[in-house]
Design a protein around this ligand. Structure first.
Ligand SMILES: C[S@@+](CC[C@H](N)C(=O)[O-])C[C@H]1O[C@@H](n2cnc3c(N)ncnc32)[C@H](O)[C@@H]1O
Length: 501
């Protein structure tokens, strides 16, 4: 489990003691208890990194600080009307009209003509094509010039709608998993034009009483400008959502005072792949720096596009973060409590496609409409905690000599019983169903293969179990797939598939 890695000094143990006796006090009062009194500014500098784990907060009062106990807000439980409003939104899967209109107004303002002027649409198409070409380049060869005006307008027209609704799916999942509180502080890192903060504002419009304050970091001036415009043009969610102006900073060189003191949810959405030029240890360091400000029961969400390189890069980063003490809450389950081999781990989820926006429809009125309509939601995600919590809790009891996927090569041509998580949605087709399996030990990819004519009531759970579910496959046949250097586990009429909790 994550440890702050600091030992108590006389100052910290004194503050710990005083805080256990009094709910609030001035930091200057602590000087009286110390053998060697320190000025308030030095005491604050020494205390600040410990505040989270002491469950204290510090509020500046003149030259002094009031130190008080943090009373965590109640966990958020979605009620039935909130659930049904959220379900209705996903049924529609339409970009909220206020956001669509704000994007149209922003494009019009920036280009000095209406957004649907044919000249502007032609420029937007060029920007979108250039952005997509860039996307398929290796990360170190990408231009990623967010400073070029049309690049950002293209992002708003093409990527924003999908990423916004995708974020809402993730927020709904976190809330349903009980990882939200009634009052939250969120930090969005690499916010771009404010996709995550604006999605949060929209998501909270379907909640009754929960409140949120959203901080964000972005280094591109133009993205900050777009964010500020959009945030100013969407209706405030009564007074329950506070979106603070983005902090203009480089996340590879953040100063601690640029971060909120205590974060309940930190989000990296489509950002860590832009840091691929850095070694994985340096990327992990950036996340760990944010983790220092994470509440003990806080959550870090990292999302990347489902594309193979970015998706696999996320898994490599996830393992590095696990080794540094964060637990992977989801989607991975380390059934044997081993570390995995993530290099070929390509695992992603999908959600219902969004409806094309009016801008997409206008862009599509050309010879190659498919190039400008972006409606598919497909993403890889990882959720981290400091408290060791995991979504799936099943672990093979230690000392049990069960089959592990790391030993699958020894069982080719044999029938085995194995326990693993279903780590993909359907990768096959109606004739041959195919799902990725993982128990945290496999060195090469492993897939469950179920030919349609072998589906029985005993094995059909593999089809319906949600992504991430732990399953036991009894009497499944192991095969090696030379073409893909992977293993297939054939599920047939003789195989039983059971859900494991
Ligand atoms: C693909 S955009 C993602 C925007 C938004 N989070 C989303 O999901 O749509 C990546 C953003 O990360 C920002 N970014 C990349 N590297 C950064 C860094 N070192 N410091 C701050 N921001 C960075 C870029 O400027 C860009 O706005």
């Amino acid at each position: 489990m994550y440890r702050q890695g600091m030992t108590d000094t006389p100052l910290i143990s004194t503050i710990r003691y005083v805080a256990s006796m009094r709910p609030a006090f001035l930091l200057s009062e602590i000087a009286n208890y110390l053998d060697e009194p320190l000025p308030v500014s030095r005491m604050y500098a020494a205390l600040q990194p410990h505040l989270i784990h002491l469950s204290l907060s510090a509020t500046k009062v003149g030259e002094d600080y009031e130190i008080s106990r943090v009373i965590p807000a109640k966990p958020l439980t979605l009620n039935t009307s909130e659930e049904s409003r959220i379900a209705a939104f996903f049924d529609e899967s339409t970009l909220p009209p206020a956001l669509e209109s704000a994007i149209e107004q922003y494009i019009t303002k920036k280009v000095g003509k209406t957004w649907d002027d044919p000249v502007i649409l032609a420029r937007l198409r060029r920007a979108i094509v250039a952005q997509k070409d860039d996307y398929w380049r290796p990360t170190h060869k990408r231009a990623l010039q967010y400073s070029k005006g049309y690049h950002i307008l293209g992002y708003l027209a093409y990527h924003f709608p999908v990423y916004c609704i995708q974020t809402e799916h993730l927020l709904a999942q976190l809330a349903r998993d009980g990882l939200f509180r009634e009052k939250m502080t969120v930090l969005d890192i690499g916010t771009g034009p404010g996709v995550v903060p604006l999605a949060i504002a929209d998501f909270y419009s379907r909640l009754d009483t929960a409140t949120v304050t959203v901080h964000s970091i972005e280094r591109s001036e133009e993205h900050c400008e777009a964010f500020t415009f959009l945030a100013g043009h969407v209706p405030p969610v009564r007074s329950r959502v506070t979106i603070l102006p983005p902090i203009k900073a480089d996340i590879t060189a953040l100063a601690p005072d640029q971060l909120p003191e205590r974060i309940d949810l930190a989000v990296f959405s489509n950002v860590t792949n832009e840091l691929m030029g850095l070694p994985v240890a340096a990327r992990a360091e950036i996340v760990m720096k944010i983790a220092e400000r994470l509440a003990p029961d806080g959550t870090i969400l990292i999302v990347e596009p489902a594309e193979e390189v970015t998706s696999t890069g996320l898994r490599v980063l996830s393992l590095a973060l696990k080794k540094r003490g964060l637990s992977i809450y989801a989607p991975c389950t380390f059934i044997h409590t081993t570390n995995c081999t993530p290099d070929r781990c390509w695992s992603f989820v999908t959600a219902k496609p969004i409806r094309p926006t009016p801008i997409m429809n206008a862009l599509a009125a050309c010879d190659e409409p498919f190039r400008y309509v972006n409606t598919d939601i497909k993403y890889s995600y990882a959720i981290f905690r400091k408290d060791g919590k995991t979504r799936e809790t099943y672990r093979v009891p230690s000392g049990t000599r069960g089959f592990r996927l790391s030993g699958i090569h020894l069982h080719i041509g044999r029938r085995v019983t194995l326990t693993a998580s279903k780590m993909s949605e359907e990768l096959g087709d109606a004739q041959t169903h195919l799902f990725r399996l993982c128990d945290g030990s496999a060195e090469k990819p492993v897939y469950a293969v179920l030919p349609a004519f072998h589906i029985t009531t005993e094995n059909q759970l593999i089809l319906s179990a949600p992504y991430g579910t732990v399953l036991r496959l009894e009497h499944a046949l192991v095969r090696y797939n030379k073409a893909h250097d992977a293993y297939n586990v054939l599920v047939n009429r003789e195989t039983r598939v059971i859900g494991i909790k």
